[in-house]
Design a protein around this ligand. Structure first.
Ligand SMILES: [Zn+2]
Length: 154
């Protein structure tokens, strides 16, 4: 790392498994728990998108889009499936920081800002990046994956 580097980042933040975990946590704490459950069913149980769309009230396209986004972070479907199995029980325990306040609006529990539902994920990504990274580290640590990922890095 050069001295000029203003903010040395945790090299783990570039790890695809870390990034997928953080991506899933972002969806979950944004109050989109159904989406994470649907993705879990899709990867782990191989439930077809059309069935999931009906079960959770999404369009088939939503599931496909999110699978595509996850695939662009980690191209190995097998690895994502294994990761999901390991981290989902821990993500499920997290409390969403976005809560619905009616009329398509939501409130961030941390800064008490009310915003349109569609802005929630962007808000967390920008304003609560540190928390997101911390939660991802916490989930990976609790699940026992962090140690393995760090061992790989050495
Ligand atoms: Zn906030």
């Amino acid at each position: 790392m050069s001295i000029a580097d203003p903010a040395p980042r945790n090299p783990l933040f570039n790890n695809p498994l870390f990034r997928v975990t953080r991506f899933l946590i972002l969806q979950w704490i944004s109050g989109d728990e159904k989406l994470v459950k649907a993705l879990y069913d899709s990867y782990v149980h191989g439930v077809p998108s059309s069935v999931l769309a009906q079960r959770y009230g999404f369009t088939t396209r939503t599931i496909t889009n999110y699978r595509y986004r996850i695939g662009s972070i980690c191209s190995s479907t097998n690895l994502v499936t294994t990761l999901m199995k390991i981290v989902f029980p821990y993500i499920e325990k997290l409390k969403p920081i976005i809560e619905p306040v009616g009329e398509g609006k939501v409130m961030c529990r941390i800064c008490k800002i009310v915003m349109p539902e569609s802005a929630a994920k962007l808000h967390i990504s920008y304003s609560h990046r540190k928390l997101l990274n911390e939660l991802a580290l916490k989930v990976l640590e609790e699940s026992g994956l962090l140690e393995k990922l760090l061992a790989k890095q050495r």
